[in-house]
Design a protein around this ligand. Structure first.
Ligand SMILES: C[C@@H](NC(=O)[C@@H](C)NC(=O)CCCC[C@H](NC(=O)C[NH3+])C(=O)[O-])C(=O)O
Length: 351
């Protein structure tokens, strides 16, 4: 079975739709048996007018969760952590419920509340109040525990950044090393991701990069340049910086089995539905989207102030797409950008 060629006109249409819905620019990079295709529209900097550039670096937000999951699953492969053990076995006394396991964190089924709901209830004031702050892991866990649990452990999927903050704590406790060093040693160096780094608490995006622009909640209010921030409110749940080529390399290498044992990769890609449409699923720190043409793609999305990201690959790792729009707090732009997945992986649809 030959995979359909990507519909790059359809990808460009998705990028333009993201712009029509409030993104200053957008870009996508497809990799497949026919080679690499990149497209970029609009600007990466509204002041200088510099054009969007598919080599440029940006904040990937929750795609960081897949980096964290890979490290923890490598530790499971090494026998240094058990997925069905209570988190408190490794972090005594951290959580008030011994029933919450490591696997519950990776599947967003722990019931730990997402403190960002309150933190960013008012988008710009919330962002301004944390953009230069440095949080300790335990401070963030404390914010989560100050709110009621959202489900009995294991009972339901409830997305929460707190889960991957605790995953970062587990990685540091088990390895004795900072999480950024583990990403470097276990993923970034082996895959030669030269434009990828875990950056915390430094607020800059170094090198050729995209500036991010946050839409305020007030209609018609001017965009806020949100490029510089510590991302300390997310850390191992959201502080990775990368570029399209590195995200393609990461997700395709992951699917080709270059980072985990076959057994562990199977566990990672074993999913449950996250919504009623039965086309969106979550495994262990990994999303699965079932596209209209029947193709299933695995990866993660990201939303951090000023940046929407999609980074997905087919299960055989032969095809990958990463896409980014440099805005956020504008759901229609995010949905529009997501249309690039259908165009890239399903190709030209019969009229
Ligand atoms: C959903 C996404 N999650 C992530 O990437 C994590 C790191 N980001 C968030 O939880 C959103 C934080 C608020 C963003 C802000 N929104 C507001 O402030 C809303 N009041 C914004 O849109 O920039 C994922 O897993 O795909």
């Amino acid at each position: 079975w030959a995979a359909p060629a990507p519909d790059m006109e359809g990808v460009v249409a998705a990028l333009n739709a993201a712009m029509a819905n409030g993104a200053p620019g957008a870009m996508a990079r497809y990799t497949g048996p026919e080679g690499v295709q990149t497209r970029a529209v609009g600007v990466r900097d509204r002041v200088s007018g510099a054009a969007m550039d598919s080599r440029a670096r940006f904040r990937v937000g929750s795609v960081s969760k897949t980096f964290s999951s890979v490290v923890l699953l490598q530790l499971a492969d090494e026998g240094r952590v058990e997925l069905d053990a209570p988190v408190n076995r490794y972090l005594p006394g951290l959580l008030p419920d011994e029933r919450i396991t490591v696997r519950h964190l990776l599947t967003h089924r722990s019931g730990l509340a997402d403190y960002t709901d309150k933190m960013f209830a008012q988008t710009v004031p919330g962002f301004e109040s944390v953009r230069n702050r440095v949080f300790g892991y335990r401070e963030l866990v404390g914010l989560s525990l100050s709110e009621p649990r959202t489900t009995e452990p294991g009972a339901a999927y409830k997305y929460s950044n707190a889960n991957f903050v605790v995953v970062g704590m587990l990685i540091e406790e088990i390895t004795g090393k900072p999480v950024g060093q583990e990403y470097e040693r276990r993923i970034i160096k082996p895959l030669r991701l030269r434009n990828t780094a875990y950056v915390h608490p430094d607020t800059r995006v170094e090198g050729l990069h995209v500036r991010g622009y946050l839409h305020p909640d007030e209609a018609g209010a001017p965009l806020v340049d949100s490029t510089e921030q510590t991302v300390s409110w997310a850390q191992s749940a959201g502080a990775v910086i990368s570029n399209p080529a590195d995200l393609n390399t990461f997700m395709t290498a992951l699917m080709r089995g270059r980072l985990l044992s076959p057994r562990m990769l199977d566990a990672m890609t074993t999913v449950t539905p996250t919504d009623a449409t039965n086309t969106r699923f979550y495994g262990l720190g990994l999303r699965r989207y079932d596209l209209s043409c029947g193709t299933q793609v695995y990866g993660h999305t990201g939303t951090v102030q000023g940046y929407y990201t999609y980074a997905f690959a087919t299960r055989d790792g032969r095809r990958g797409l990463s896409a980014m729009a440099n805005t956020s707090n504008r759901g229609a732009a995010n949905t529009a950008l997501g249309g690039s997945l259908e165009a890239a992986f399903c190709g030209k649809q019969p009229a």
